[in-house]
Design a protein around this ligand. Structure first.
Ligand SMILES: [Zn+2]
Length: 309
């Protein structure tokens, strides 16, 4: 599941339990690592932080909706965190995109939800990856898909559950070719998935159909839409609002303008000439996205991340 694990990393999460020590003494079952932390976003909307992408939880009058699910091994802890918020059953699971740190728990959760919902390209890419796995390890595919295989085609699905309305929007290629933004118009909350990274440079998965210019355009569009008091759950990083999103848009536009003004320059040259210190909210990570890999994708010259060993 190499592609699916493309942005599988932990952010602001406690260090995992020393599982190696457990592995030496297999007599007792290993307890699920307690990595989850809950923050209330608005009435009946929560963010669950852990290892991997931020999870959204929406509580309606009779049900709950989960947005992303991190990793399979963390599902027991995730369900405990959900139970700490509400005893209501999870009816729908929405995937913001297909990376393994957002859909890894699907294979377990599909047994208890009515449906998994995602963009059509998430299902298509998961199917391709799962064809390489043993039959027993397959599963967790989205059953309700919005959009088509053409990522440029905008798509929208409204979900009406009990007293709550959720808007699922696909605005084109961005982080991948199957990104979905989840909006809650009454609560004024958006889960932007990995279209928004805060605290680290954004990752654009070129192999997964992502597009830097597409990301810039989507972020600009969303910024023009949302109210000043909107609350935003990023795919990675702390909760934020419109102010941070405007700043992210300006950062992306500055990068885009920097590249356009320097045709023919290499990613290293582009990175060296850019004033990264002016944008401290977006830090490079040596093992993931550096300034050079970021400019490689911004200038259409290469993948958006450091190659895996
Ligand atoms: Zn991702």
């Amino acid at each position: 599941m190499r592609i699916l694990l493309a942005c599988g990393f932990a952010l602001a999460a406690p260090v995992a339990l020393p599982l190696a020590a457990h592995a030496r003494h297999r007599a007792a079952p290993v307890e699920a690592p307690k990595v989850h932390r809950v923050e209330k976003v608005a009435d009946n909307v929560y963010c669950i932080f852990g290892q991997g992408g931020n999870i959204g939880l929406v509580v309606t009058s009779r049900h709950a909706v989960l947005i992303d699910d991190q990793f399979e091994r963390l599902v027991p802890g995730l369900l405990e965190a959900v139970k700490g918020i509400t005893p209501k059953p999870i009816k729908y699971l929405v995937n913001t995109h297909g990376h393994g740190d957002h859909v890894g728990g699907n294979v377990v959760l599909e047994k208890q939800v009515t449906a998994i919902i995602a963009h059509a390209n998430v299902r298509r890419r998961m199917l391709t990856e799962q064809a390489k796995l043993e039959t027993a390890k397959r599963g967790g595919l989205p059953e309700l898909a919005l959009g088509s295989e053409d990522p440029k085609e905008r798509a929208r699905l409204n979900v009406y559950l009990d007293d709550t309305e959720l808007h699922l929007l696909h605005l084109g290629p961005g982080h991948t070719d199957g990104d979905v933004i989840v909006g809650l118009p009454v609560a004024k909350v958006m889960h932007m998935g990995d279209l928004l990274f805060l605290g680290m440079l954004p990752y654009i998965d070129v192999e997964g159909g992502g597009s830097f210019d597409g990301l810039v355009s989507q972020v600009a569009t969303v910024t023009s839409w949302i109210p000043d008091d909107a609350k935003i759950i990023p795919g990675h990083g702390p909760l934020c609002g419109k102010k941070e999103l405007v700043r992210y848009r300006d950062f992306l536009l500055a990068v885009q303008a920097h590249v356009k003004a320097r045709p023919g320059k290499s990613p290293a040259e582009l990175a060296a000439a850019f004033d990264g210190a002016a944008w401290p909210e977006w830090k490079p990570r040596g093992d993931f996205v550096t300034w050079e890999t970021f400019f490689s994708v911004a200038s259409g010259q290469g993948p958006g991340r450091v190659p895996r060993p």
